[in-house]
Design a protein around this ligand. Structure first.
Ligand code: G3P
Ligand code: CA
Length: 238
């Protein structure tokens, strides 16, 4: 069965990367959540997609230039004008203790070098004994290789947005058991060949119904989608 990961929570219907979005993912019947991690000025793991807080909060500036306390003062508004806050990875993990969802942690290390972010994420996973429920991905493949060095028991998966020839060969060379390609860069043959070669395929961001149906039919390993509720409904029919 194709697993369904809720992209940034349930970003299609709720403010991305907020506790409300993750709770919605669970309610919708998703198998897991995807989230993005950056580091605050005081070295705390915070869950936010962009390097700045400009797009998703009422503040301005880089995440790395604010302490966690300062970041918590900014607001994220829902459509109903409810005020939400930037979560820490620890807060998300506390909530994950209440369910059995998988969690795909994306390390946002392509634009900014966050010192020891890999060590911090691995330490937190170990503290919570979440090794079996985590998938660590990044467009910066050095980051996931470093995670594998620190904790080979935690699964890693490279993210990529270009067309890759025989991606399973590359995945195996860095000890990844899966790949997270942009859905636009892959076709049925590549998905099947990757899975036959023992490499899971979890494309992002699969929001169109026709793509969901095609991937469910192929028994693709997982999809990462902004619309987990729609995906769960379609999966029931396939
Ligand atoms: O993990 C898949 C996807 O989240 C990667 O792209 O920009 O949404 O973080 P982005
Ligand atoms: Ca992401």
């Amino acid at each position: 069965m194709t697993l369904i990961f809720a992209h940034r929570g349930s970003a299609g219907t709720h403010p991305e990367n907020t506790m409300a979005a993750y709770v919605e993912a669970e309610r919708a019947g998703a198998d897991g959540i995807e989230l993005d991690v950056q580091l605050s000025k005081d070295g705390q793991l915070v869950v936010i997609h962009d390097e700045t807080i400009n797009r998703t909060t009422n503040g301005k500036g880089y995440v790395k230039d604010y302490t966690l306390n300062e970041l918590k003062r900014f607001n994220i508004l829902t459509k109903q004008q409810h005020i939400l806050k930037i979560p820490t990875l620890e807060e998300v993990f506390d909530w994950l203790k209440t369910n059995d969802l998988y969690c795909n942690i994306e390390l946002k290390t392509s634009k900014i070098r966050y010192d020891f972010i890999e060590e911090k994420v691995i330490a937190l996973i170990k503290r919570y004994h979440f090794e079996d429920r985590m998938l660590i991905s990044s467009f910066n493949h050095y980051s996931i290789i470093q995670c594998y060095r620190l904790a080979p028991e935690v699964e890693i998966a490279p993210l990529y947005s270009e067309v890759l020839f025989m991606p399973w060969v590359y995945a195996k060379s860095i000890q990844a058991k899966g790949i997270h390609p942009n859905v636009k860069t892959i076709n049925d043959a590549l998905i099947q060949a990757s899975m036959e070669n023992g490499i899971a395929v979890r494309p992002y961001t699969v929001d169109k119904e026709e793509d969901m149906k095609r991937l469910f039919k192929l028994q693709c390993s997982a999809i990462i989608t902004d619309y987990p509720e729609k995906a769960v409904t379609l999966r029931r029919k396939h």
